[in-house]
Design a protein around this ligand. Sequence first.
Ligand SMILES: Cc1ncc(COP(=O)(O)O)c(C=O)c1O
Length: 312
Amino acid sequence: MTRSRRLQSIVDAVGDTPLLRLRTLERETPGVEIYVKLEYMNPGGSVKDRPARQMMLDAIADGRLTRDKVLIDSTSGNTGVAYSLFGAALGYRVALVMPSNVSKPRKDITRAFGTELIFSDPMLGSDGAIARVKEIVAADPDKWFYPDQYANPSNPKAHYLGTGAEILDQLGDRITHFVTGMGTTGTLMGTTRRLKEHPRPIVCVGLEPAEALHGLEGLKHMATSIVPPIYDPSILDEILPVRTDDGWDMSDRLAEQEGIHVGHSSGANVFGAFAVAQRLASRGEAGCVVTIACDRGDRYFAPMKWDRHYVW
Ligand SMILES: Cc1ncc(COP(=O)(O)O)c(C=O)c1O
């Protein structure tokens, strides 16, 4: 038996997340297993701990991030929480640009770690926050370290070294399909690259919101968004659209039937994995489909309170 973990720093608590089998969903997909990797068990409560940690450690190692600089980035929330807690633990200052309509708890979590917040136009969503951070950095480039999670290779690298390797360790040869949503696309790109190195083929599927104006926070509708430079669709086998309502309904179902209360991008991910599993089962094929639980549902309680009032 392995020992329980004893940590020297909260930075070392990232990764090694559990993989949970979704048995109630599997009743509708005979012969096909469905697993979800519980990324909300990272110390900052989301999948974004992995890239934030990797981007900071790589930048410290090669001198891009020094004590006299302030880390600045745009974030839909989770990456900001991760930068904030690792900044506090490692001794680096952090500033975040976010649309002003992100929930108060989101603002409060990052401020609790001493992070400075700068607000961008809520009508312009996450793309507006990206544009604003670029203006700020261009005005005084020596003051800031801008990791730019949309373009930084350390983002997918975190998932190549972590998420993908852990899934293979947890399931070995069983896994046949990997399905996950696209925001920066770091999770999908890095995990897919690792899974594609496995000797037996593993089908990798990207999910994106079906609508341009959607309520799946953290995910991007590519046709109407700035496409992240790290995104390379050529390594994928398929891209599936997910409707906002299907993601939200699956979040509710996971809480009520599986006992996991997750955010809406996680609902969308499981909906996508379930759709792939149903397709296999309907053809009489066996399979093992893996997806990601990005964060916990309680991150979205206020001010939305699950009332289907979409912020973007
Ligand atoms: C809640 C949530 N889900 C999904 C994603 C998408 O992950 P990735 O950026 O790796 O594509 C993010 C990223 O910001 C997120 O915060």
